[in-house]
Design a protein around this ligand. Sequence first.
Ligand code: GDP
Length: 474
Amino acid sequence: MLENLTKKFSSIIKGIRGEAQITEENSAEIFAEIRYALLEADVALPVVKNFIANIKERSLGKEVIHSLTPGQTIVQIVNQELITLLSKDDDEKPFLQHQNPNEPQTILMAGLQGVGKTTTTGKIGLWISKKRKAKVLLTSCDTYRPAAAEQLKILADSVNIDFYEHKNTKSAPVQIGENALNYAKKYLYDYLLIDTAGRLSLDEAMMSELQDLQTTLEPSETLFVVDSMQGQNALTVAAEFNKSVKLSGVVLTKVDGDSRGGTLLSVQSVTGCPVRFVGNSEKLDGLELFDAKRFADRILGMGDILSLVEKAQESIETEDSEKLALKLKSGKKFNLNDYRKQLSQVNKLGGIASILNYLPSAIRDKAQNLDTLNLEKNVKKQDAIISSMTKKERLAPEIIKAHRKKRIALGSGTTIPEVNQLLNQFSTMQSMLRQGGGIGKNIMGSAPNFKSANTQIRKKNRKQKNRLKKKRKR
Ligand code: GDP
């Protein structure tokens, strides 16, 4: 799901790298791309405009902090903005927490026909009975589609939840609702879930039926069910429902299908209601509580890259990177002790497999064939090889000739080719640093090297400041 949007964002982020501040110039393209990506994902135009305006306001002029690149900084902002938009919550009233033990809590389901309303009524009934360990009653006020009540009864029976069946087929929906509520009160049910009639498109009769039900039954929740494949149309539908009845929450269905992320952004922004559940299969247990952070991550497809950045910042002492930067600047050579510190970063970050988990899906897919276990073994071997060297050898590896290699291999339980491999990797890195090309590559040539990126960005900032100073003096 959400693959298109995910791919799009991944490619945008690749677009800008290596700058110290977000400016109109270096971000124009990325904002155009984000706008295009959102429209392509069926987010309604007014929502896109608003979204872009918010991100722009928060991004422009922003310093690219710590070891983040401008791309990562914008991802962070887009991510935060998505979470803000998606996680509107009413924390004064705990969701579906039973308040009054003498009164059943009534939940009214609303939405167009075919969006998955009946199925979702069964799913939520099952969820409540399991999670809240409560006595649940379901009923259907859908007199428009004769088979609807039967469908819900079958669903309820299949999971051993009670169903209130109205005998008089000519009863008005409101009458059925009232009877069901009285029944629920009489038999001490904790929750009453009411499925209502939908229509294929917006319809006045449907809305007035819903209004009547809401006024008479005074439900504690009125959940708006929306199909994640509804697309641009979702905005109008949600706006109309929101205008006619007081919605308290949104349930997004069919996220397991080929759906676009846009529907949810549109619906959420127009109703302002919290998203409560996400339906992810046809089965009755295919329901999960909505998690804004996870959904935003999914839309962005950035995996937990931001957590990796944070973790990297925590574990790698900036002092170390400053020291290394100063050392290189003063013309001192990068030696095997420095190389070893780089190796220990991999361990501090929890090993290569753990680093891969944090990376965006696109990179992770490419790295799927990486033999991470072997790479980690290699890191350990290299550490053992360096341990077997003398102080002098670590500081000046060029003195390591054949007889020394033999001794080191023997001492570290490795082979001469393995010692050679380490020395080759070391000298590649040494020459990379000499050329100032440390950004984006580390010892393994895979995971990003935040330490050198950090150093590089600081250097660039310093250079910029110096240039400005000189200009002013002139
Ligand atoms: P209603 O007309 O709104 O009551 O919709 P239904 O509950 O009858 O659902 C319409 C179709 O969508 C049925 O075939 C359901 O099995 C299917 N459906 C509902 N929710 C989901 C979901 O989360 N994922 C998938 N794949 N199908 C769903």
